[in-house]
Design a protein around this ligand. Structure first.
Ligand SMILES: Cc1cc2nc3c(=O)[nH]c(=O)nc-3n(C[C@H](O)[C@H](O)[C@H](O)COP(=O)(O)OP(=O)(O)OC[C@H]3O[C@@H](n4cnc5c(N)ncnc54)[C@H](O)[C@@H]3O)c2cc1C
Length: 484
């Protein structure tokens, strides 16, 4: 089949699910249906579940992803005498924290444009807090001896269409106006870094780091334990009731009394009912290639190992691993009625096949490459792309959820906010407008599903035409959006 006809079929927004082009089917034939990062022998054995009744703790952290683990570490660092317990419903790293692209971007606002749009008066403080947050992450990696393959190759945002060239230029101007050390690249300069015939222009941001996300989860868990935190896997929190000065937390194998509770449960449904008004679970799909041969590597260049992303609404993100595989994810952002979260949704021939086709469109010189892993993860999307913070149970519980696909760095900040909130502290963090004001809630079902579909197809149309339609302009006026 000629590439052009494959391309046409793969870009059809109404393509039937389960359709794989011939080359995508070949490339995916041996792919294991699990996340690459956690599918390695170095994965630690599971920690014991917390069972039985009546243990007590000063602070229970629900969720053993980045938010929960950073909350536990920061709580202990601030007060070594505080008893802290972390429970996770499954294995550490089974959530988004062990499934992501590993782009560690400083932004606390899902990018500069979003921050400037929502909190223009706070941007100076948010930029400073973002830099302090990244510095604290790097310090913790060193202090606790966490080897998460952290390196800082920067990120290239690439234009694949003429209208994306315009948006890359506008983004460059905005970043420069805010004093950010970005570089604008023309097609030749972009291709000199990474050789795709699709690249028309690029912006280089030197401040973005890459990590191995599962190693970061495992390292943070060990760091927490080294401070005395007790970490339990296969322990789901099923109910929360105010009791005395604290909270009685029901667990699937017992219960625990906690003076304070922090929730870092991402888009998991049913933990705290009110969260579903602000947070949508959106499936994001990912592929990992086999290690590239020296000849394949020479054909793409990519000596700088930059993290790559393209400038569309429906964007890909891709990066090299230190053993020279390529992770390639994004584009489709699938919301399933009525906010369904189910491991059965992780394997999608439609989304994985589209990714495989897009990968080969970008790098035709890699025709014949095989993917070893295909998976998906749940992005906790809010209408303003930044977390929702708050308290419940009369201030005994705090939550930080809704990072909308940019949480590798900002979860540490989110955890710090949740700790200040649950301790009733009035701090610079708790005074931020981003913390005090909630995002606009999503409408209830079935309007929610219809609105997400309308928004997705409008964003896809903008990617094709470069024009924002009436629906998107209306959402812009309301300060609402959809992203991953
Ligand atoms: C495919 C994908 C790619 C991404 N790529 C990037 C990227 O490159 N860069 C970036 O910055 N961000 C990225 N993100 C987003 C980032 O991974 C998340 O923002 C971040 O990991 C969120 O961490 P968390 O701890 O809040 O949630 P999670 O890591 O999801 O952890 C939540 C934990 O809570 C547990 N839990 C839920 N309910 C309960 C309960 N009742 N009791 C006990 N435990 C419970 C779950 O088992 C889970 O382990 C990506 C996300 C996905 C899905």
């Amino acid at each position: 089949m000629p590439v052009s006809s494959r391309r046409k079929r793969s870009r059809d927004p109404d393509r039937p699910s389960g359709v794989l082009s011939e080359r995508a089917a070949a490339a995916l034939a041996d792919a294991r249906p699990v996340p690459f990062w956690t599918d390695r022998p170095e994965r630690p054995d599971p920690r014991a579940a917390l069972t039985g009744a009546a243990p007590r703790t000063d602070l229970l952290v629900v969720g053993g992803g980045f938010t929960g683990l950073w909350a536990a570490i920061q709580a202990k660092e601030a007060d070594p005498g505080r008893d802290v317990v972390v429970v996770d419903a499954g294995r550490l790293g089974d959530g988004a924290s062990g499934r992501n692209g590993g782009f560690l971007a400083p932004s606390l606002t899902h990018g500069l444009a979003q921050g400037v749009g929502c909190w223009p008066d706070e941007m100076r403080a948010l930029d400073r807090l973002a830099a302090e947050n990244v510095a604290a992450i790097e310090k913790a990696l060193t202090a606790y001896g966490i080897d998460a393959d952290h390196h800082v190759p920067g990120e290239l945002t690439l234009a694949l269409t003429e209208h994306q060239v315009t948006s890359v230029r506008e983004s460059f101007e905005l970043h420069r106006a805010h004093g950010m050390p970005v570089e604008l690249l023309d097609a030749g300069q972009s291709r000199a870094r990474v050789d795709s015939p699709r690249y028309l222009a690029g912006m280089y941001d030197p401040e973005v780091a890459l990590v191995d996300p599962a190693r970061l989860v495992w390292g943070l868990a060990r760091a927490a334990e080294s401070l005395g935190v007790r970490v339990h896997e296969h322990t789901r929190a099923t109910g929360f009731d105010a009791e005395g000065v604290g909270v009685r937390v029901s667990l699937d194998g017992g219960s625990i009394h906690a003076r304070r509770v922090v929730l870092g449960t991402n888009a998991s449904p049913g933990v705290l009912k009110r969260l579903s008004a602000w947070v949508l679970p959106v499936y994001d799909h990912v592929l990992m290639t086999e290690p590239l041969t020296p000849a394949q590597l020479a054909s793409v260049g990519w000596q700088g190992r930059e993290g790559l992303t393209d400038a569309g609404n429906q964007f890909h993100y891709y990066r090299r691993t230190l053993d020279d595989r390529v992770l390639f994810g994004g584009y489709d952002a699938n919301y399933h009625f009525p906010g369904r979260v189910d491991p059965a949704l992780e394997q999608s021939d439609a989304s994985h096949g589209l990714l495989a086709d897009h990968f080969l469109d970008l790098f035709p010189q890699l025709e014949g490459i095989r993917f070893t892993h295909r998976w998906a993860g749940v992005i906790d999307t809010t209408s303003r792309f930044t977390p929702v913070f708050g308290t419940a149970l009369g201030g005994r519980m705090a939550y930080a959820v809704g990072y909308t696909g940019l949480g590798v760095a900002s979860t540490r900040f989110g955890a710090a906010v949740a700790l200040d909130l649950v301790d009733g502290k009035d701090t610079e963090l708790t005074r931020l407008g981003m913390v005090r004001r909630k995002p606009i809630p999503f409408p209830p079902e079935p309007i929610r599903y219809a609105a997400v579909r309308a928004t997705r197809s409008s964003l896809a149309a903008e990617d094709r035409t470069g024009r924002r339609n009436l629906w998107l302009r209306t959402l812009d006026r309301l300060g609402v959006g959809f992203d991953s």
